[in-house]
Design a protein around this ligand. Structure first.
Ligand code: DAH
Length: 339
């Protein structure tokens, strides 16, 4: 009897209910006609006479504990019911404050989406690079001015280790590891030792594109870039390619898009030319393919590279590069995310 009493007492202490129905079930289980405590009372007659006084006390106490517990659980339920009954469930919820996305991230993701539909995948590489991947493998002559201390941040006392000045280094890393067909875009931060102004910064972002396969031609490049420009700026946009020079492409070109402000008529932004330069491109130089152990007789490829800040400047008509890096809330807040 004693052990039964303490067992039931323990159970009562632990009891938790979440609604009135459960509470009633608990009451019936303990104090109902066939309840455990009621049962104890009917078994009481079998208790030895000399123990009746003590056991009687224990059973009575147990009954009171159960009654108290049921009362306090009921009170709790009523209080929480009251709390909820004051709620107007038809009120609209509190507005959820969306953050804004940085324009560089917005443009970057848009570029990912465009190139993903063309079958490009994303490749990344290190920001701290060696001379081979940034310059030598890309056909930069020993005395090329881009290697100059003026442009490149070298790691102190290590002339071979530097902060990459462009993401073309990643195309080399990909070609060293993968066999054609290769179709990648390589986004990332790049670093140049430039004085910071509205038009130049020592850190910015680039996306490099690379396609290597059999029979890749300049017209593939042109069509890819036209598709990209139309996806990004709309079907009305025109592109033009001007001959140019890069050590790692031959032939090389720079691509302009028609000015999205004046529609190509000429304005202050496009310096009255009607065109805005947005990227460099060309056919991957045979030397570069060979430097990466790709047979240049069998394979050809195109590459292109663009600054993300520049694209975002054109897209959102941002006039000062420094705004991207200042984290000024008034600037950032204008780029509300849809998601
Ligand atoms: N790496 C060049 C730069 O930083 C951009 C570039 C030009 C990349 C032509 C290319 C290319 O892949 O073909 O200015």
């Amino acid at each position: 009897m004693r052990s039964k009493i303490s067992e039931i007492r323990e159970k009562i202490e632990k009891y938790q209910v979440s609604n009135l129905k459960e509470l009633e079930e608990m009451r019936v289980a303990l104090l109902g006609k066939k309840g455990q405590i009621t049962q104890l009372f009917s078994e009481f007659r079998y208790v030895a006479d000399n123990e009746k006084k003590e056991i009687g006390k224990l059973v009575n106490n147990l009954k009171n504990t159960a009654i108290d517990k049921i009362a306090s659980l009921k009170e709790n339920l009523e209080v929480s019911d009251e709390k909820f009954s004051n709620l107007d469930l038809s009120l609209p919820g509190y507005p959820f404050k969306f953050g804004s996305r940085h324009p560089i991230s917005l443009v970057k993701e848009e570029l990912y989406d465009i190139f993903k539909t063309l079958g490009f995948s994303i490749a990344e590489g290190p920001e701290i690079e060696d001379d081979w991947h940034v310059f030598s493998s890309l056909n930069f002559a020993e005395e090329h001015p881009a290697r100059d201390m003026q442009d490149t941040f070298f790691i102190e006392n290590k002339p071979d280790i530097l902060l990459r000045t462009h993401t073309s280094s990643v195309q080399v890393r990909v070609m060293e590891k993968q066999k054609p067909p290769i179709r990648v875009i390589c986004p990332g931060r790049v670093f140049r030792n430039e004085a910071i102004s509205a038009r130049a910064h020592c850190i910015f972002h680039q996306i490099e594109g690379l396609y290597v396969d059999e029979n890749v031609s300049f017209s593939d490049l042109k069509q890819t870039l036209l598709f990209f420009a139309q996806e990004l700026f709309g079907d009305e946009i025109k592109i033009r390619l001007r001959p140019s020079y890069f050590p790692f492409t031959e032939p090389s070109a720079e691509m302009d898009v028609s000015c999205n402000l004046c529609g190509g008529k000429g304005c202050a932004v496009c310096k009255h030319t009607g065109w805005l330069e947005i990227l460099g491109c060309g056919m991957v130089d045979k030397n570069v393919l060979e430097n990466c152990n790709i047979d240049s007789k069998k394979y050809s490829g195109y590459a292109f590279g663009m600054g993300i800040e520049r694209i975002a400047m054109i897209k959102y008509q941002i006039k000062d590069l420094r705004l991207y890096f200042e984290n000024d809330y008034r600037f950032l807040n204008q780029f509300k995310s849809v998601l």
